[in-house]
Design a protein around this ligand. Structure first.
Ligand code: ATP
Ligand code: MG
Length: 390
């Protein structure tokens, strides 16, 4: 029995002439993501992508798990392919969905017939298959409005496909279709969610993490690797640049007024990040900031930060409440439990006691003149260490 995945792409269908390009990108992503499970062949039939494992022994449960995290897919189902002979189709439907049909009390049949040469029309397929299944499973009754299970029969070009339940896909646009951006990732709750949200809109991700040894330890960096690998399950491979940030932070502490430590630190991060973004061909930065969450995330502080940015900064959480972010970190990225592990981040190490919530650009710029930060920024970007997260 040959099982396949039938994949419905969501928003892709809206892209008119670009559809083909987006579809190709989605298929490329799927090939890559499924490669560890074996070879799959893909073919597109009327806006459905059929993914067929070459080897019948391929672990389809694992494939379902992976496909559920690939952006650009609205819904998919596990289906069985069979020859387009009605007797065979009926037998297959009863056999393939036997367990589900045994457990259900109501069902209905839905038929799609894109091969118009097939001798039965869709309503005829529904009627006759319904009758056959009622005889086979006498405990069942038909409910067309709210059935426990829908038996889908699709008659396509080369085969008929039978499937039950449809699985919700990850939605969004295929990773890479919108270009590449650089995620500033801390060990907190917000930035992994921000990365997930932008990858969902089709961006490939690179990442940068600022570490301040000896104030921050090996465990804090390991945590960032683990967080990113959860994000990479959705976005695909991520190149992470770990920046040694201690010298810059200590200089800020030694030379700048304490009430604007955080804003200056964020501006230094942005400067280093932009050098790395250029290296990675990334057209934007991504942060997990949200208005009003902490002192460094007030509008005036964000304005001061943005002044040093020459490329766009995407802040997908900007208008979200913390509990909305936590909901995604629990139910989508599965990063919440990791994020709350208590390892020091470079931000927490140097948090001022009384941060200024309304810094002015003039005050911040003058404060930065107190030390020669430019070579430090260049050195930090140059000596950053690359870790590939898959
Ligand atoms: P998070 O939960 O993502 O840490 P947060 O609410 O704790 O966010 P801040 O610590 O003020 O907020 O950081 C704001 C943003 O700055 C983060 O979302 C992240 O994008 C970036 N950032 C903070 N610290 C680091 C770091 N050590 N390395 C890289 N980026 C960082
Ligand atoms: Mg943080």
């Amino acid at each position: 029995m040959k099982e396949v995945l039938l994949i419905k792409n969501g928003e892709l269908a809206l892209k008119g002439l670009n559809r083909r390009t987006f579809e190709d990108m989605l298929i490329k992503n799927m090939k890559h993501r499924l490669s560890s499970l074996g070879k799959f062949n893909f073919n597109v039939q009327q806006s459905t992508i059929i993914a067929e494992p070459e080897d019948e022994e391929t672990d389809l449960d694992a494939a379902v798990e992976k496909v559920g995290k690939i952006f650009g897919i609205a819904a998919f189902s596990r289906a069985v392919a069979c020859e387009k002979n009605f007797e065979t189709i009926l037998r297959k439907a009863a056999g393939y969905l036997e367990e589900d049909l045994e457990c259900a009390s109501t069902f209905k049949v839905e038929a799609k017939r894109s091969d118009k040469k097939f001798p039965l029309t869709s309503p005829e397929i529904c009627n006759q298959a319904g009758g056959f299944l009622l005889e086979r499973f006498p405990h069942l009754s038909v409910d067309v409005h709210n059935p426990d299970i829908v038996v889908n029969i699709e008659i396509r070009d080369t085969h008929a496909y039978i499937h039950g339940r449809q699985i919700k896909g990850a939605g969004g646009m295929p990773t890479g279709s919108a270009g590449r951006a650089l995620l500033l990732i801390s060990g907190g709750i917000d930035s992994p969610v921000a990365g997930y949200m932008m990858a969902k809109r089709g961006l490939s991700l690179s990442a940068v993490h600022f570490a301040s040894p000896p104030y921050t330890g090996e465990k804090a960096e390991q945590k960032v690797h683990q967080l990113l690998s959860k994000v990479a399950a959705y976005s695909g491979r991520i190149g992470l640049w770990v920046v040694h940030f201690t010298e810059i932070q200590e200089s800020i502490k030694d030379f700048c007024p304490e009430d604007i430590f955080t804003v200056i630190m964020r501006r230094m991060m942005m400067r280093v990040a932009q050098i790395i973004a250029a290296r990675e061909n990334a057209g934007a930065l991504i942060t997990g900031e949200s208005v009003g969450q902490v002192a460094s995330q007030t509008m005036p502080a964000i304005a001061c930060t943005d002044k040093v940015c020459e490329i766009p900064v995407f802040r997908p959480l900007i208008g979200m409440d913390k509990d909305e972010v936590i909901d995604i970190s629990r139910n989508k990225t599965d990063t919440f439990d990791l994020s709350i592990l208590p390892y020091e981040d470079c931000c927490t190490v140097f948090t001022p006691k009384h941060p200024r919530t309304r810094p002015t650009l003039d005050y911040v710029e003058r404060a930065e003149e107190a030390f020669d930060w430019k070579p430090m920024v260049e050195k930090a970007a140059e000596t950053a260490r690359l870790v590939v997260i898959d």
